[in-house]
Design a protein around this ligand. Sequence first.
Ligand code: AMP
Length: 210
Amino acid sequence: MNIVLLGIQGSGKGTLVASLEKELEFDLISTGQLLRDEVATGSALGRHIKEVQTSGNLVELDTVLKTIQKKLKTSKSKNYVFDGFPRNLEQAKEMEKICDVDLVVCLNLTQEVALKRLLNRLTCSKCGNVFSKLRVKSNVCPICKGKLEQRYDDTPEGIAKRFEEYFRQTHPLIEFYKAKHLLIEVDANRSPEEVAEDVLRAINERNNKK
Ligand code: AMP
C-alpha cells in the first residue's frame, strides 16, 4: 500500500509518521529528509540543496526524482509512506510512472497555528523525531538522546516562502486526488494520538476494500 501525506508545513506529517511506525510496516520516503541527508554529506550537490531549502523554494525535479529512485532501489518494502512528495501536479504525474497511490491523507491546519508550531519546532539530528520547544526542557532528544536542533530552513523568511509555495503548488493536489477518490481530510488541530487514530482507521478501511 502506498500512502501520500499532504498538508501545510507544520501540520504534523512527521509526527504522524512516527505514530504510524508503531502500528504498521512501511518504508518512509521523506523527500525533505532525503535531501537534508545529501546536505549532511557536504557534497557540492548538498551545498546547492541547502541553499534552495533555505530560500524556501522547491529543489529541481530531476534531483528529487533521483533521490527517490535511489531510496526505492535499496528498499524491499511493499508499503511506502511519502512525506513531502509529490509537491505539485508535475510531481504527481511523475509519481504515476513510479508507483500507484492507494490513499492520500491531507492534514488540515490553519496557517496561523502551523506558523506557531514551526517557530517552536525542534528536530532530533539523530532519529529525526520532532518536538516542540514548549514541551522539551533541554536540547537532548527524549527518545534517543540525540541533539535537538532547529531546522536551518525554519526561519521566518524561509517559512513564509514555503507557505507561499505550498498554496501555489501543493494545495491544488487536494482537488487532484479528490477527483481520483483517494483523499481523506483530517483535522490536524488535535492531539497526535487523535490524528493517528483517524488515519489508521482510514488505512484499515482501504485495506478491507482491496
Ligand atoms: P520538508 O522537509 O518536506 O519541509 O521539505 C524541506 C525542503 O526540501 C522544501 O522546502 C524544499 O526545498 C525541499 N523539498 C522537499 N521535498 C521536495 C519535493 N518533493 N520537491 C522539491 N523540493 C522538495
